[in-house]
Design a protein. Structure first.
Length: 239
């Protein structure tokens, strides 16, 4: 009988020491499920931000198309106001300048931001206005595994002729507590990287004179061979 009681006590002791492990495993499982649910919630939030912003931008573009020929300045102003709610132009411009952003004065960085935005509108507005009907589908969003402050959103742009172009929005959670666009990859071409290559080339050509680079900046890039190579398109000649 003493032997049976001893065995029972041993079982109880073993069970007692196993309980914390089981409890820890259960807590870890619940925590893991919570993290996964939280991640899915953030990814849904980012996708919805892009979806709603894209829809509003397309509606704004269709509304303002008629004003482009008669009043391009109004067109630029309206599109700038709409885009600035989604696009972190200040962050993008600083990245385009790269290492030269640290060397530039505050006034030069501000001037480049204005020049950069302006050149984007001048370079691509006509193409947008004159393009036929197109559709933008927002697919999925994925959080960056190394940072919950960054995410990528996959979109597909379908032209009037039926051609489809994959687009990836790189988003970051900005200081204003909003998800904002910090880069775009179009059909495999990293647009931000292309602009940075352009800036570096211009600095070399202007022998380090940042003022000349800023004053003569153009946002035109040659996207021939999109999706080929390392995602660095040929830098087009300024026009």
């Amino acid at each position: 009988m003493n032997c049976c009681m001893s065995n029972q006590m041993n079982k109880n002791v073993k069970g007692f020491f196993c309980f914390p492990k089981v409890l820890l495993a259960a807590v870890c499982l619940l925590f893991g499920q919570h993290v996964i649910a939280e991640k899915k919630g953030v990814e849904t939030e980012v996708r919805l931000v892009v979806e709603e912003s894209t829809q509003q931008l397309v509606e704004k573009l269709n509304k303002e198309k008629a004003n482009y020929t008669e009043s391009p300045e109004r067109f630029y102003s309206e599109m700038d106001a709409a885009l600035s709610e989604l696009v972190d132009f200040k962050r993008i411009a600083a990245r385009v300048m790269g290492k030269y952003a640290r060397k530039a004065t505050k006034e030069q960085r501000s001037r480049f931001l204005v020049s950069f935005k302006r050149s984007l509108y001048v370079a691509y507005s006509r193409a947008l206005v004159e393009s036929g009907a197109f559709e933008i589908s927002v697919n999925d969003a994925k959080l960056n595994p190394r940072s919950d402050k960054k995410a990528s959103v996959n979109l597909v742009v379908t032209s009037a002729s039926g051609n489809q172009y994959p687009v990836v929005y790189s988003m970051h959670f900005a200081k204003n507590n909003e998800w904002m666009l910090e880069n775009v990859i179009v059909n495999g071409v990293n647009v931000g990287l292309a602009f940075r290559d352009r800036f570096n080339q211009e600095v070399r050509e202007q022998k380090g004179d940042l003022n000349k680079v800023i004053d003569g900046w153009s946002s035109k890039v040659d996207l021939k061979g999109v999706g080929e190579g390392d995602g660095r398109p040929e830098v087009a000649t300024k026009q």
